[in-house]
Structures are given as C-alpha cells and as structure tokens.
Write a protein that binds this ligand. Sequence first.
Ligand code: EPU
Length: 437
Amino acid sequence: MDKFRITGGRSLKGRISISGAKNSALPCMAAALLTAETVTLHNIPYVRDIITQRRLLEDIGATVLTPELRTHKISASHIELFEAPYELVKTMRASVLALGPLLARFGKAKVSLPGGCAIGTRPIDLHLAGFQQLGAEVKLEAGNVVARAPKDGRLRGADVHFEKSTVTGTENLMMAASLARGRTTLYNAAREPEIADLAELLNKMGARIRGAGTPTIQIEGVEALGGAEHTIIPDRIETGTFIVAAAITKSELEIKDCRPEHSATLIAKLREVGVEIKELNQSTLHVAGAGKLAGSDVTTEPHPGFPTDMQAQYMTLMTQAEGRAAVTETVFENRFMHTSELQRMGARIHIDGRTATVEGAARLTGAPVLASDLRASASLVLAGLVAEGETMIHRVYHIDRGYERIEAKLQSVGADIERIRDSVTASLSQTAEPDAG
Ligand code: EPU
C-alpha cells in the first residue's frame, strides 16, 4: 500500500490548479446511460473513483473513450447488463447512481445494496422510496436492490418529498424522472452545486429540468434523450482543502480554475478565523495565512451550509487556532475517525456525541498515522504539513479516490511530501476495502 512521507514546517508558495469535481463527474458519467447517443464530458478528474465508475459503465456494455486524459466520450448504445455488482458497489457507493438511469431507460435495474462505510450507515431508502413513487416496483433479493418500471416500461411523474436532503438521492431521482411520463416535482431536494451541474448536462441532452440548485426541482419527462457535450465544474472540496493548506502553513497560495461562489460559506468561515482570502477573478483565489488564527465553532449542514466534506480539514486547522472550537457533524453519524490520528500527533480534541471540541493552539509532531476515508486522509496531510518532523500516512489509496495527485500539487508549491510506492500489495488492497465517497 502506498504511503505519504511528509516533513512538516515548510512554507508554501505558488499556484495550484483545481481539478474537476469528482462528485459531479460521477453522476454525469452515470447520466450517459440515459441515451444511446454519445455524451462527451470534459474536465473529468483523474482519480480512482472515476476509474471505478468507468469500469462499471464498461462492465455493463458501454464504451468509454478518452481522446484526452480528462475527456471521456461515453456511448451506452449497447447495454447488455442492467446491474451494478457487489464488487463495484462495495468499493464505491456512488455506483448506486446507475440505478436511476437504467431503470428509466430500460425499465429494470439491479444494484447491490451498499452496506455501511467508514463515515456512517448511509442507507439508500430515500432513493428507493422515490423510485416507488415514480411507479417502480422495488424489491430486495439476496443483497441486491431489484427495481422494475410499471408494465408499459416507463416510470410516471410524481411529487416526491425527500424527508432529508440527499445529494445522490436527488441526482438519481432527477435522472430517472427525466425519462418518466409526465411531470415530477422533487421537494426538499439537495442544493449542492453538483446537482445544478448534472441538471445542466441533462438539459443539454434534451431533458426539461427547472429549479436545480433550489429545494424544489421540476422535471417534465421526455421520451428520449440525446448526446451532449459538457464541462464538469471545478472541485469545491479540493479548493477548500488547498485554502486550508495555505492557512495552516501560514503561506501564500494562488488557487486557480476554481469557482469561489461554490465555496462561499467555507470562505466566510475561514475569513472569520483570520485567513486572508481575496477573489482575484471569477476563477482565482489568493490566500494568505499570515496572522494568528482564532478558534470558531462550526456545524456541518447540507449546501449552502458548511460542507461535511470539509469538516476534517477544518478541524485540523482549528488545532492551530487560539482558543476553543466546537465542530459539530450533523450530516453523517460517524465522521470523526481522523480525531484519534490527530490526537496521536498532539492535537487536543474531546468528542461528545456529534461534537468534537478542539483546544488550540497545539504543537503537532509528526507520527505514523492511518487514513480512514477520503476527507480524513486530507486532514492528515494538512496536519503533516504543519507538524514538526516526519509524518507517515498509511493507506493513502483513500486519498487517491478523490484528489488528483495531491502530493504532486503540494510539491509544486514547496511542500516536502513524497509518495512511497508499494506495488506488491497495492492492487489487492485498493479494491478490498469499503470506503466513503
Ligand atoms: N441518507 C439516508 N437515506 C438515503 C440517503 C441518505 O438516510 O436514502 C442520509 C445519509 O446516511 C446521510 C445524509 O442522508 O446521513 C446525507 O447523505 P447524502 O445522500 O446527501 O450523501 P451521498 O449522496 O451518499 C454525497 C457525496 C459525499 C458527501 C455527501 C454529503 C457523492 C458521490 N458523494 O454522498 O461525498 O459527503 O453527499 O454532502 O456525491 C466525499 O466526497 O468524500 C463524500 C463522502
């Protein structure tokens, strides 16, 4: 298994370019299953989850060409299988995004029911209840969700009220409803920028979706969808992670090819704790982490609230702030796996239920630590950048799922980080373990 060796204490300087958003690319790739024509996607990040999603599409009969590294041309004209098997779903929960498109276009779909993962139980009951409201019959057979459209093969539009905001649930229903008969209204829909990006692609394919990005989305079903070309939005969580990298090392970084408006809540919070962030233009931020940081409480919430995917990185930053900060996680029930590793590096964190209280500023010292999920791993990299001495992060395959060559990007601005490869066990371990994402 690959490891990262980081020697902390270096100041960073330079420019970092942000890759495409993994969590937008994954549903957009699934959306290509809705049509027999070619869907061309640009700005696809080169990360492991995308490789897994590509494998899923190819396994069921789609062809995926990559004329350039970050461009995927997907053709789902000859789909032979209508299922996402356990082997793929267990390595990547986003495989459930195949369910909506397959059910809507072919009238049937089978997807292994994902189990719990590193950050919580994460059921998909709200996706399934939504499909049922669109007229599908949904059964559980031998660990698989088996869904069938009504007899005429087409889902029918309906009003769907989500009990709780769900990102991939909203995406699955939006894709399914695009090919349903009649109008669907999604209430309490998730508002993440990735939802609006997917809707933009679907509308280019001929769908009729209004309101994506707001809590109420209206979809007029159409008979068929066609090909389209689309550029994936920049990754707001990668953007946030590099803003924190500048802040925690008290460095100056220019972060380009990003969309600051997608990170507005995070940017406001970081300004409040003392990080200087300037918007140079619509796609470039200048971050200076010069002065003292002040501890400040945060509570994660669905967008536009503070993102759960930045909670671990913010907590690491708070270990370096003066005073106390209460970090409350409301989206997932078990997303504090990084705290025990941060404690081993010297952080003072006390957990009580869903709140972790961080006492700063603590002197962090390098240590061997274990990455447990994608964002937890990012928080350990950040801790390693500021810790005294050497930090060895084990199981960095978690970080490779969602960050494109994070070590290369950090090296390019002066960080002392290197990947230590272990090719013997890598391929086995990388597919063996369930994870968040
Ligand atoms: N939930 C249910 N039932 C459902 C669906 C969700 O109870 O049917 C619960 C979940 O257990 C959780 C909450 O609702 O407590 C929110 O979950 P959501 O469905 O919004 O999460 P997701 O769609 O599975 C996506 C991202 C995650 C990100 C969350 C929250 C993708 C592929 N994944 O997951 O990204 O944390 O939204 O913003 O878009 C990551 O990139 O590291 C990552 C974990």
